[in-house]
Each structure stands twice: as C-alpha cells, then as structure tokens.
Design a protein around this ligand. Structure first.
Ligand code: SME
Length: 153
C-alpha cells in the first residue's frame, strides 16, 4: 500500500479511535501509538506547548529530550513559524536537536486548537535519510486536523 493510501486509512482509524470526551493526553497517546506502529517510524511523539517552552508529551520510541525552547531545533522552529517543516537530512538543519543519533530525517507539524492556537507539536523521526516529502506533510496534516476536531475546546 502506498503511504498516501496508508494516511487515508490512518485518518479513518484515528477518527474512530480518538474520544471527544477524553483529555488531550489520552488522545495524543493513542494518536502517537497508532501512527508509530502503522508506519514503523523510528520515533513518533508530541511536544506540549507550556508557556514559553515545549515539554515532552506522549510518544513511542526511544527516550527523548524533555524541554525545547521556542525557536530551538526543528520543533521550536515549527512552533515559532507556525508551519510544518520537512527535514530530509537532520544534519543540514541548523540547530537541529539530536535526541538520538539514529534519527536521519524528520517531519514536524503544529497541532492547532479549535481557535487556531498551537497547543502541541507532532514530531516524527526516521532512521532513513530523506524519508519524508510533501505527500507526508499533507497526510499528516490530515491527521493533526482530526486531533483538532476531537479537542474539547
Ligand atoms: N529533533 C527534534 C528534537 C526532538 S527529538 O527528535 C524526539 C528537534 O530538533 O526539534
């Protein structure tokens, strides 16, 4: 199955899995588990916006850095720029934060509240170089939109 079709299937699964009455952490935990195991990524997780920094939230994969400052690393840059970032080679991204040397490429997307505020950052790492492209960005933006739709406020 192509990744595009896998994202479409994953969108249906995520929509069925997330509970509108559940708290953010429960839904993000299930979202991380679903995406991670469906695609076999190296690391899949969320950083939560807490004041002026990001704090590690639900994830699947090896241990990771706990805090990321606004503007720092790929996650902090995505938060600051309010846009998704595809990094084909992590060594080419100035300021990239290496939580694990196995990580070779990365895609990072903001998760918006219903009012359009960034509440979390979805970070996915691959142990293969150049593993993400525009089609992943579109597929994953579909998934973050589903998370937004299930938020309580
Ligand atoms: N590489 C990320 C840090 C988080 S870990 O990859 C899990 C970054 O540069 O923001």
């Amino acid at each position: 199955m192509s990744r595009k079709n896998e994202y479409d299937e994953c969108a249906m699964e995520l929509h069925a899995l997330l509970e509108e009455g559940a708290g953010l952490i429960s839904n993000l935990a299930n979202a991380a588990a679903l995406i991670h195991h469906k695609f076999g990524f190296f690391w899949t997780g969320f950083y939560l916006v807490e004041g002026e920094k990001l704090t590690l939230g639900p994830f699947q994969g090896p241990v990771a850095c706990t805090f990321i400052e606004k503007g720092k690393g790929v996650c902090g840059a995505s938060w600051l720029r309010e846009e998704s970032i595809v990094v084909p080679d992590v060594h080419m991204f100035p300021g990239h934060i290496a939580c694990n040397p196995e990580s070779k490429s990365e895609i990072v997307l903001p998760v918006f509240s219903k009012k359009g505020k960034i509440i979390a950052i979805l970070d996915i790492d691959s142990d293969k170089i150049n593993d993400f492209n525009e089609s992943d960005r579109m597929g994953l933006e579909q998934l973050t939109a589903i998370i937004t739709g299930k938020l309580e406020a």
